[in-house]
Write a protein that binds this ligand. Structure first.
Ligand code: ADP
Length: 265
């Protein structure tokens, strides 16, 4: 009897191990699938501006004596090349982070000057879109890489301007809170009075290459990589970013980062 008990328990253990192994294989397959899709997407995204560049290069050759066309083709080639450049840069950043799990550097970053600088950098763009940026800032620190944090902040602000309405407002604010684990957390909120995100799209906006509608993003010059990068960077820093709400009156994004060096570091 004891013997059969022992065999039964061994079998149970084996089955458990097998389930774990199958789970791991499943996860690997899923990752591989994601990677294939990433490459497929990026190839497609790269082809579009490249095709346009090639077409304009042909035109340039055919009509080299037409100054108006030269100018138009030149500026199209430039804007397509800029789009390509931004895309490659973001894709490289994203894939380097996923693949190599780079160690993230972090220090205590004062939020008030950092956010003020981010706002200043986007002031001209906001003015051009007839959007006002309101900053409600308090002293406070985040434990993060200042470059990463600047990148995240610029990206959220940039979207809030890009997807706003003329005469709209972008409000950026920060505060220090206590997290569910009882640790001090730095919270940065970016709210806009823009066009909002449809409910069915809200869970997907952080996916690489996802754009709500190709139309509204392309005209705004988007690649669908911005928020994917923002989330990746935030998580690398031991934080998180989410869409807190979005509707006809605009959207609100919330970024949470550790406010101090975590104890285990
Ligand atoms: P993109 O480069 O297209 O802006 P993102 O990854 O930054 O890509 O954003 C993904 C999609 O989420 C965008 O296509 C856009 O439609 C939507 N989105 C992002 N931020 C906002 C916002 N503040 N208001 C409305 N829609 C937004």
């Amino acid at each position: 009897y004891e013997m059969s008990e022992r065999i039964a328990s061994s079998v149970r253990q084996l089955t458990e191990e097998q389930t774990k192994l199958l789970d791991a294989i499943g996860k690997l397959q899923e990752l591989e699938q994601q990677q294939k899709q990433f490459i497929g997407n990026i190839s497609h995204e790269l082809k579009t501006p490249l095709t346009s560049i090639l077409a304009y290069a042909d035109l340039l050759e055919m009509y080299r004596d037409d100054p108006a066309l030269l100018e138009q083709a030149g500026s199209r080639i430039r804007s397509d090349a800029e789009r390509l450049y931004a895309l490659v840069e973001k894709a490289l950043q994203l894939s380097a982070m996923d693949v190599y799990e780079l160690e993230t550097y972090a220090e205590s970053v004062r939020l008030l000057p950092l956010i003020e600088e981010a706002v200043n950098r986007l002031q001209a763009k906001a003015a051009a879109a007839n959007v006002r940026i309101a900053a409600r800032l308090t002293e406070g620190a985040a434990w993060a890489d200042p470059d990463n944090l600047m990148h995240i902040t610029l990206n959220l602000l940039d979207n809030a301007i890009k997807y706003n309405k003329p005469g709209g407002v972008v409000t950026i604010s920060n505060r220090t809170e206590t997290s569910d684990e009882g640790l001090p957390a730095a919270v940065i909120e970016v709210a806009d009075t823009g066009i909002g995100i449809p409910p069915e799209a809200q869970s997907r906006i952080f996916d690489p290459f996802y754009t709500v509608s190709a139309d509204r993003s392309r005209t705004a010059g988007g690649t669908g990589l911005g928020l994917a990068l923002v989330r990746s960077l935030a998580e690398k820093q031991g934080g998180s970013v989410r869409l807190a709400e979005s509707g006809a009156n605009g959207s609100r994004f919330v970024l949470v980062l550790p406010a101090e060096r975590p104890l285990h570091e």
